[in-house]
Write a protein that binds this ligand. Structure first.
Ligand code: UT7
Length: 331
C-alpha cells in the first residue's frame, strides 16, 4: 500500500464587511496613510463590529464555506482543529462550539494557540492525524477577532491587525500530494516582546488591570521585526535546501501577512519573483491565525495540481516555521 500523505482538498474563508481604512485611522490616532503603507504595506483591514459575535462567528462561516464547496457532509468530519489567538472565551474551547454549530457531530475538537503561527502548527497537527490512517477528514480553521484585543488609541498596534477567518479540509492522498516536509521552531525569548499582560493566570482581570489597559496587545515592533525577518527567511531557506528545491521549483510562497517588508525579505532569500508570492496584507492587514488560509482562499483559482507551495510564518512566543506542501487539485 502506498504511503498516505495529508492533502488540502478544499479552502474556505470569511471576512467581515466593515472596512477600516488608513484614512479612517488617521482620524483616530496620530498616523498617516503614507507611514502605514511604506512601513507595513497595509491599506485597509476588516473588522467584525458586532460586539455579540466572537471569533467563532467567522470560523463557522469559513468552515461552512469549505463544507459547501467540497460537498462534504459535516457528519463525516472526524476532527476540527481551531487555530486562534482570540478564543471566544477562556476554558470552553472555541473549536468545540464551532464543530457543533456546523453539524460536525461525530468530530472531536480543540483549540491550538500559538499566536500568528497557530495555523502553520495546525497544518502539522492535521497532517499527523491524517497520516496515522485513523482520521479521514480533518477540518483546520484559522480565525481571529483581533479587534477584541487591540487598543484603538495605540498607533503601534491598531494600524496592523484585522479580523477574518479561513479554513481548509485535509484528507488522505495516495498519489503523494500534500504535506511533504516541515521546519517548526519556538523560543520563549519572545514572551516579553509581543504579549497581553493581563487576563491570564499571572495577572487575572481586576479594575486596576482594566484601567491600565493591560488587556490589549503590547508589541515591541522593532524587536519582533528583527526576529521575524531572520527566522521566517531562515525557515523557508532551510526547507528549500532540505528538499533540493530552488526558487525556480516553487510555484508559490504562502507567507504570514504581518508586514510586507518581512514577506519581501523572505521571498528575496528564496530567490522568488513577486509574482510567486501570495499577498493580501494590503486589504486585510494582519489577521493572525487567518492569514495563511485567507491567502489560499484568495489565490485558490490560480493553483494547479502539483504546484509546490512553501508556507512560512512568524509570531508571538516566539513561534515560527515553514511547511512544504504540494497542491492536490486543479481549482
Ligand atoms: O504577526 C506577528 C508578528 N509581528 C510582526 O511581525 C510585526 C513586526 N514589526 C513590524 O512590522 C514593525 O516593527 C511595525 C510596523 C510594527 C513598526 O514599524 P517600524 O518601521 O519598526 O517602526 P518603529 O516602531 O521603529 O517606529 C519608527 C517611528 C517612531 O518614531 P521616532 O521614534 O522615529 O520619532 C514611531 O514612534 O515611527 C513612529 N510610529 C508611527 N508613526 C506614524 C510608530 N507607529 C506609527 C504609526 N504612524 N502608526
Amino acid at each position: 500500500m502506498s504511503k498516505i500523505t495529508a492533502a488540502i482538498t478544499a479552502v474556505g474563508g470569511y471576512l467581515p464587511d466593515y472596512v477600516l481604512t488608513n484614512q479612517i485611522l488617521e482620524t483616530m490616532v496620530d498616523t498617516n496613510d503614507e507611514w502605514i503603507t511604506t512601513r507595513t504595506g497595509i491599506k485597509e483591514r476588516r473588522l467584525l463590529k458586532d460586539s455579540n459575535k466572537g471569533t467563532s462567528y467567522m470560523a463557522i462561516k469559513a468552515a461552512q464555506d469549505v463544507l459547501e464547496k467540497s460537498g462534504t457532509d459535516p457528519k463525516d468530519i472526524d476532527m476540527v482543529i481551531m487555530a486562534t489567538a482570540t478564543p471566544d472565551m477562556p476554558v470552553a474551547a472555541t473549536g468545540v462550539y464551532v464543530a457543533s454549530q456546523i453539524g460536525a457531530v461525530n468530530a472531536f475538537s480543540y483549540d491550538l494557540v500559538a499566536a500568528c503561527s497557530s495555523f502553520l502548527y495546525g497544518m502539522s497537527t492535521a497532517a499527523r492525524y491524517i497520516e496515522s490512517g485513523r482520521y479521514k477528514k480533518v477540518l483546520l480553521i484559522g480565525a481571529d477577532k483581533m479587534s477584541s484585543i487591540i487598543d484603538y488609541e495605540d498607533r503601534a498596534t491598531c494600524i496592523i491587525f484585522g479580523d477574518g477567518g479561513g479554513a481548509v479540509l485535509f484528507e488522505p492522498n495516495e498519489e503523494g500530494y500534500g504535506l511533504q516536509d516541515e521546519v517548526l521552531r519556538s523560543d520563549g525569548i519572545g514572551r516579553e516582546h509581543l504579549k497581553i499582560d493581563a487576563g491570564g493566570s499571572i495577572l487575572p482581570a481586576s479594575h486596576e488591570t482594566v484601567d491600565a489597559k493591560k488587556h490589549y496587545v503590547f508589541q515591541d515592533g522593532k524587536t519582533v521585526f528583527k526576529f521575524a525577518v531572520s527566522n521566517m527567511a531562515d525557515g523557508a531557506a532551510k526547507i528549500l535546501e532540505r528538499n533540493d528545491l530552488t526558487g525556480d521549483d516553487v510555484a508559490w510562497l504562502v507567507p504570514h501577512q504581518a508586514n510586507k517588508r518581512i514577506i519581501d525579505a523572505t521571498a528575496r532569500r528564496m530567490g522568488l519573483d513577486d509574482n510567486k508570492v501570495m499577498m493580501n496584507i494590503e486589504r486585510y492587514g494582519n489577521t493572525t491565525s487567518a492569514t495563511l488560509p485567507l491567502c489560499l482562499y484568495d489565490y485558490e483559482k490560480q493553483l494547479k495540481k502539483g504546484d509546490k507551495l512553501i508556507f512560512a510564518s512568524f509570531g508571538g512566543g516566539f513561534t515560527w516555521g515553514s511547511i512544504y506542501l504540494t497542491w492536490a487539485y486543479d481549482s
